[in-house]
Design a protein around this ligand. Structure first.
Ligand SMILES: Nc1ncnc2c1ncn2[C@@H]1O[C@H](COP(=O)(O)OP(=O)(O)OP(=O)(O)O)[C@@H](O)[C@H]1O
Length: 317
């Protein structure tokens, strides 16, 4: 049996066992808590496997948000399209790690596609020649199927996604996470840190209620040593397409993301306006950048992408 310490009680299941810290023999053992937490079993072998699997992926970026509904998935898909169209030679992948609410297949217009498993792993679905996607949405029987999983199963899925998808050579991998800081985030950070995580991009809207949660997200990054590439403020302004009046639909009562970023010394990458055509494109799975290439939202997005690319390339050179 592996991992049985010299001073172990009789019938110790061993630190590597699934029963570590939980078997009846563990009762009263001074190491029971540490074994039950999994910390005694040593580094997860998947960390090395993931490091090797992702060795052909130059830049890995986590997309985070404190609150749900602030547009994190929308922003991820837009960034994917913007990175892929900025340089047709670059290959971009999106991993939809929102296990319980995968929305990328719909937003990227590839709902109903199948992923294929071959000797080299799962092949992602290609949205365009140089933009690929992997999502649990492709593995569900129907788009309406609910995934009701506890933490360990979700962690297993993240591990599998990171270790078994055959992305090929990628310049950028964007990882769309669920809102908040939950099991999926911890797993993703645990596995990606040694594979070389460039950092996190945090999406928010201007209201205080969203910014409060962003502060928690930034603290999460600090605690886990994840660099913050910057904050993106979404739905910051609405410009009426008819009269051109500018309105703040979600007013920033406390100075919005700009104030928060200057207080916390994190870069504000830019603001995306609220655009009803953008929302419609996402619902229909159409590429907004192609539909309205001259819109203020696309200009803002391209400037944000330039900053992300500059940061990633500066830190890797
Ligand atoms: N800039 C924008 N302009 C107009 N609509 C937007 C914009 N950003 C997002 N939306 C719309 O807001 C809704 C929520 O966006 P989205 O699903 O991306 O949020 P989310 O933060 O990923 O949510 P969750 O984390 O709960 O899945 C969608 O209908 C989307 O089309």
């Amino acid at each position: 049996m592996s991992g049985v310490p010299d001073n172990a009680p009789e019938h110790c299941p061993g630190t590597q066992s699934d029963d570590a810290g939980k078997a009846s023999a563990c009762a009263g053992c001074p190491n029971q808590n540490i074994c039950a937490s999994g910390a005694a079993s040593g580094p997860d072998p998947a960390i090395q496997i993931i490091k090797e699997r992702l060795s052909n992926v130059k830049h890995k970026i986590l997309i985070l948000s404190g609150k749900g509904g602030v547009g994190k998935s929308t922003v991820t898909s837009l960034l994917g399209h913007a990175l892929a169209s900025r340089n047709p030679e670059a290959n971009v992948g999106i991993l939809d790690a929102d296990i319980c609410g995968p929305s990328q297949p719909r937003v990227l217009g590839v709902r109903g596609e199948q992923v294929h498993n071959s000797g080299s792993g799962w092949s992602p679905v290609y949205v365009t020649d140089n933009l690929s996607l992997m999502s649990i949405g492709f593995l569900l029987g129907s788009p309406d199927d609910a995934v009701i999983w506890r933490g360990p199963k979700k962690n297993g899925m993240i591990k599998q996604f990171l270790s078994e998808v055959d992305w090929g050579d990628l310049d950028y991998l964007l990882i769309d996470t669920p809102p908040g800081t939950s099991d999926e985030h911890l797993s993703a950070v645990q596995y990606l840190t040694s594979a070389g995580l460039d950092g996190a991009l945090v999406v928010t809207t201007p209201q205080e209620v969203a910014l409060l949660d962003v502060r928690k997200e930034l603290q999460f990054c600090t605690k886990l040593g994840v660099p913050v590439l910057g904050v993106l403020e979404n739905m910051s302004l609405f410009v009426c397409p008819n009269c051109k009046t500018r309105s703040e639909i979600f007013p920033a009562t406390t100075g919005g993301a700009a104030q928060m970023c200057s207080e916390l010394s994190v870069p504000l990458l830019g603001s995306l306006p609220l655009d009803p055509i953008l929302a419609r494109c996402c619902d229909d799975g159409r590429d907004f950048l192609q539909e309205l290439p001259n819109s203020p939202a696309v200009a803002a997005l391209r400037s944000i992408v330039d900053k992300i690319v500059a940061t990633c390339e500066n830190t890797s050179s």
